[in-house]
Write a protein that binds this ligand. Structure first.
Ligand code: PLP
Length: 453
């Protein structure tokens, strides 16, 4: 039954939302009550097209029968097993699926290692701890520094936040963990290098600056670089050219630095390939995934560790080579069963291929919008079912925040989208059909029409 009653103000004020002023929220609450397919309903009874997949999570839409059945069956069989003592069949099955899907270059002699966790921050945190432990065991004990990107987002826990690159989320918690450095992102549209460089040259120049940073810091102190293949946060929407990853990979190989991809958003078909690593043709040493991995039906994430790195963690117990990291809910059997079912669903319905094909259609409509509003839309970018546009610099005064205005207009018209101040991005569920995709883009067209005045 749908609850359309007005929520109790006192309850609203005391449940703390992410990054939200609760006194204000209690006055203007937004309570979701129901999801069906690619639509969600709020407590006023209004329906929205979910152009954001929750928050890059609901790739399978709401009410997926295969995943629901798997979750219920596992809940009845065994809902929890202590990860300190042993594992369960669903966790083993999920590990096997992730090993099979991992990029070929991560396979190694014994295949990749898989650490199953619950959330994105747990995954990035674990990946960075793993990098530090790895170098201690691999004969380079001074390697501890982690290089991340300004504008990147890697999570809310102290290590993940230290890697995060926007001051807005960090400054109230400083000082953070030591040993974290940042470099500027390879933003092509608003390039640091101006408009003189091609996108390829811009990517190469950005990656060379990262290599210079490694050299300037002393390569013997640098453990890892962490990047999102495509990053999308309040700080911007960055889509690097493939050359950026090629130069980064070569720099990591040359200087013995692990390359970590944070694919919490980009993994599991979002870009029309299983992983951003496949999309850009460059594999990392460690790959973090979460969000769409379980479609939101259970909190599940993972760290995939390339075979050559994982080998360093296997040996005599007396040598204490095991990964010194754990969480109570790591590898939870219900979450693992959900992860398995979500992957099976993605494969059975070829949702990765679908995101690729329908992503081309999404691009064609965004390109058409740019042709219609050439003085408003400056750039269209992204891949698969993660695409969007950036407003022309200078078209609106800085204080106008056109992306935020677009977000409000879209919400009024029943569409959820991801907007920064200067960009708008669409990340529809991978199951979105053409009619719903068109409906989302029709709303977007309407909003742009109003914004353009
Ligand atoms: C790229 C990226 N990494 C890590 C995280 C953290 O994930 P979680 O919120 O599940 O801890 C997020 C969350 O938005 C993310 O977008």
């Amino acid at each position: 039954m749908t609850d359309t009653s007005t929520p109790d103000k006192d309850l609203l004020r005391h449940v703390i939302l992410d990054f939200r002023q609760m006194a204000q929220f209690a006055e203007e609450p937004w309570v979701f009550t129901r999801g069906e397919g690619v639509k969600v309903q709020d407590s006023t009874g209004k329906w929205y097209l979910d152009g954001l997949s929750g928050v890059f999570v609901n790739s399978l839409g709401y009410g997926n029968q295969r995943v629901l059945d798997a979750a219920v069956a596992q809940l009845r069989e065994m809902h929890f097993a202590p990860p300190l003592h042993g594992t369960t069949q669903p966790a083993l099955d999920l590990g096997a699926r992730l090993r099979r899907l991992a990029p070929a270059a991560m396979q190694g002699e014994h295949g990749p290692g898989i650490k199953i966790l619950s959330g994105g921050s747990e995954a990035t945190e674990a990946a960075m701890k793993l990098a530090r432990q790895y170098w201690k065991q691999a004969g380079h004990p001074r390697k501890y520094k982690i290089i991340a990107r300004y504008g990147g987002y890697h999570g809310g826990t102290m290590g993940a936040l230290s890697a995060t690159g926007g001051w807005e989320r960090k400054s109230v918690f400083e000082p953070l963990v030591t040993g974290f450095l940042h470099h500027h992102p390879p933003s092509v549209f608003r390039s640091l290098f101006g408009r003189d460089l091609t996108p390829e040259e811009c990517g190469i120049a950005s990656a060379r600056l990262v290599e210079r940073t490694i050299e300037s810091e002393d390569p013997e102190t640098v453990a890892a670089i962490i990047v999102e293949p495509i990053s999308i946060s309040s700080a911007g929407y960055v889509v690097p050219p493939p050359e950026y990853f090629q130069v980064l990979r070569a720099a990591c190989d040359k200087h013995n630095v692990l390359l970590i991809y944070d694919e919490i958003i980009t993994g599991f078909g979002r870009l029309g390939q299983w992983f951003g690593a496949d999309c850009f043709g460059v594999a990392p040493d460690v790959l973090c995934c979460g969000k769409g991995m379980g479609g939101g039906y259970a909190p599940v994430s993972a760290v995939i560790i390339a075979g050559k790195v994982w080998d360093a963690f296997l040996g005599d117990p007396a040598a204490r080579l095991e990964f010194h990291h754990g969480h109570t809910f790591a590898g939870n059997p219900v979450a693992a069963a959900v992860g398995c079912a979500a992957i099976d669903e993605i494969e059975a319905r070829d949702l990765v291929g679908r995101a690729h094909r329908e992503g081309a259609y999404l691009r064609s409509r965004l390109d058409a919008l740019q042709r219609e509003y050439p003085d408003v839309i400056g750039d269209v970018r992204g891949a698969g079912f993660l695409q969007g546009f950036e407003f022309h610099a200078g078209r609106f005064p800085k204080s106008a925040k056109p992306g935020k205005r677009f977000e409000a207009l879209a919400r009024e018209r029943g569409l959820l989208a991801r907007c920064g101040e200067e960009y708008v991005a669409f990340a529809p569920p991978l199951v979105t059909d053409r009619a719903d995709l068109d409906a989302m883009l029709d709303v977007a067209t309407d909003c742009l029409h109003e914004l353009a005045g």
